[in-house]
Write a protein that binds this ligand. Structure first.
Ligand code: ZN
Length: 395
């Protein structure tokens, strides 16, 4: 049933995600190999043997699903990101409201209507002092028409600058498909919503920051390596985790895994796909998958794998439409109304058509395609291959 919601045969869907994984695996393997080698330099052969999967507790995230926190350990000299967006925001005295207005400005620059006044009256931007709230950022459409709002405790930093572009992306999508009948006011598959928000955040490039007056001089292309590596530690490192969570649940649902093999089956997939392993021997009664919210929360997870593929596919299509000829990671669609118009065609379809049709309306292709994420990270892949040239990769 979980595999049945993708406008294709349920088993064909399983085959399709395997195909996508096969396409991105060489990029992931190169990243894993480099990160393992650098962690080995920090912790030594005993903790990080070079022929085994990486102990999961060394990757700076409780689930080893995003590795941005080990950036300092894996980035060699000279690849530090060329600018610090958090510092730029502080320099220009950005307020929380400036952050929101800037993100709104991105969408109006590509032709979307301004956000309604009620957005500003009813959203939560600041952490209230008198009560507890759930600060995890989210985007809502309260009347399913145009009562769009975000709920977020904005901090003036680089991460929240991205997040706010992402959240307002959800709002723009919600408002766009409100032209549909109520049942179709949704995304056509559950990977789309997150992909739309993330795709917009991919347009936060040095060019964009310069155009909106945050960055003065454009850094040279060589300086991009640090930025790309930092992004890959989140977006590429995530891919096999995004895949294996539901691989595990499909095995649980089918009976292939039984309660006494739940935990071993979990770590088997972690090792197989992610090349990470349990930090110590797990006791017989351990249930480590339960530490991931979506498992007890019973929330499907393949959507996150898909959104990590789709966001780059959307971005590549947008940049092709814009006639962009430089490296894909430098492309921003800021200010391009022609792209915005075509983008809106996909958004306003909502769930009224199969996702393949919505995808084709914007990208011209009706298949998920991982070549765009490979193109985006191509300069990084080249660098990783150089770093790994004398290393034995694999586990
Ligand atoms: Zn989101």
């Amino acid at each position: 049933m979980w595999r049945s919601k993708y406008d294709m045969d349920a088993d064909a869907f399983a085959g399709d995600v395997d195909r996508l994984w096969g396409e991105v695996k060489p990029l992931y393997d190169a990243l894993q190999c480099h990160v393992r080698a650098k962690l080995n330099e920090s912790y030594g052969d005993e903790v990080v043997p070079l022929d085994q999967a990486i102990p999961a507790h060394l990757l700076g995230n409780m689930w080893a699903q995003s590795w941005g926190n080990v950036y300092d350990k894996v980035a060699p000299e000279g690849t530090a990101p060329a600018y610090d967006l958090t510092a730029l925001l502080a320099e220009k005295n950005y307020s929380e409201l400036d952050m929101v207005k800037t993100a709104e400005g991105f969408f109006t620059s590509v032709g979307f209507d301004p956000l309604p006044e009620t957005f500003y009256e009813r959203s939560l931007f600041l952490k209230p002092e008198d009560r507890d709230v759930v600060c995890h950022a989210s985007a809502w459409n309260l009347n399913d028409i145009d009562d769009i709002r975000i709920k977020m405790c904005i901090k003036v930093d680089a991460e929240d600058f991205q997040t706010i572009h992402h959240e307002i992306g959800h709002n723009i999508y919600q408002r766009a498909y409100s032209v549909q009948d109520p049942l179709f006011r949704n995304d056509p598959n559950d990977g789309f919503h997150e992909a739309i928000g993330d795709m917009i955040a991919l347009s936060i490039t040095p060019d964009y920051l310069q155009q909106i007056g945050l960055l003065e001089d454009l850094p040279p292309a060589e300086a991009d390596l640090g930025i790309l590596l930092r992004q890959a530690l989140d977006k590429v490192a995530f891919l096999p985790f995004g895949l294996m969570v539901d691989k595990w649940r499909w095995q649980v649902f089918s009976g292939e895994l039984t309660p006494d093999s739940y935990n071993d089956g979990w770590w088997k997939l972690r090792e197989q796909y992610q090349g990470v392993r349990a930090p110590n021997d797990r006791p017989a009664d351990a249930f480590d998958p339960g530490a991931k919210f979506h498992i007890p929360g019973n929330t499907p997870y393949m959507r996150y794998f898909l959104s990590h593929i789709f966001q780059f596919q959307f971005q590549k299509a947008a940049c092709d439409l814009a006639g962009w000829e430089g490296p894909l990671h430098r492309c921003s669609i800021y200010g391009n109304e022609a792209v915005g118009e075509k983008f809106n065609e996909m958004l306003e379809m909502g769930a009224s058509k199969p996702w393949q049709d919505a995808l084709a309306a914007f990208t011209g292709k009706s298949e998920a395609d991982a070549t765009a994420i490979l193109a985006y990270f191509a300069p990084l892949k080249e660098w990783l291959d150089e770093q790994n040239a004398d290393r034995e990769c694999g586990w």
